[in-house]
Write a new protein. Sequence first.
Length: 404
Amino acid sequence: MSVRYAARNLQRHRGRTLLTLAAIALGVAALTVAGGFVHDIYAQLAEAVIHSQSGHLQVGKAGIFGAGSRSPEKHLIDDGGAIEAAAAAIPGVKASMSRVGASGLLSTGRREAPVMLEGVEPAEEAPLSTGLTFLTGRNLNGADRMAVIVGEGVADLLALRPGSAVTVLAPTIDGAMNTLELDVVGVFRSFSKEYDARTIKVPIAAAKDLLATPSVMKIVVLLDRTSDTSAIAARLAGVAAQRGLVVKDWVQLNDFYQGTVELYDRQFGVLNLIILVMVVLGVSNSVNMSVLERLGEFGTLQAIGLRKSDIVRLIMAENVLLGFVGAAAGAVVGIGVALAISAYGIPMPPPPNSNAGYTATIRIVPAVVATAVAVGFIATLIAGMMPAWRVARTPIVEALRENV
């Protein structure tokens, strides 16, 4: 009964009802769009990290992921091929590959710079390197033996371009110094300016010759879907543990990503609170006006036998309807706006510590939409509590005077 009467009461003041619904819908739509934008940042940053640096998973000895990376000779993997094969056999794994790495000095004869050398398997790394943009030249391929690709920062510092001859100096596993003559075949840019300023990549065979070792340091695993990371990591951990190795996922390998997510989550939480307050204030104003205008009506209803609790229930039923309809409309509007914006994309400038801009979209995330709807609905209920409490505190005689 309360719901039916509530619906009729809302139709009596259609202009005010539509304004209230618009306020609720606007808040919900804003949260849907803002949340979708933030989650797009998360997704694009994750894919950029995965497909330019770390892959989805890495397998190695525990020390290699910490301070032990400065002494890689203590953390070599002798049976890397077996681990690669075991990883590749897991459903959902797209590719697995070995890597070695070392700190070294890159020289052109006139200039030199400290670098981080990564020895990679060119053919296997091709699907993982989609996050790299080649400014000049090309990526490594399976036919390369004594070739190198360099980050944009390294190329700028040493004035390198495809065809340049360079020498890399690095310590072998035994501590002796060794050199390697290489030809630059490409200059790449990743999402990270810092990474580009110190990284060079060479075929793993050349890296092993430089370091004088047949072993590898890490096994990198690329998955078909990022969402499968946790499940496949758990399966691979059992295989790794048998060989005294550990598995690290891309979040653990890129701690700055988690920091970025926490930062944006806090900002989005503040936005949720601000919109909640705005909706509460907007709806409260409308409901207060409606209640004051109908105070005499409420007095009459009480005089013919309705209890104060019935009046409160009627007011809250009206707010429930407003909240439900307004929040639902806001979700529809927000999803529509998200689809429209995503169809064109939003050109974004390079983020901090990056030279590369990107095109943002608005992702439709069910959890974000549900949260936005909940915020709009709860805000409307909160807005109705104060007017309902005021009516409950008003004596019948005083309410009836409003009819005079």
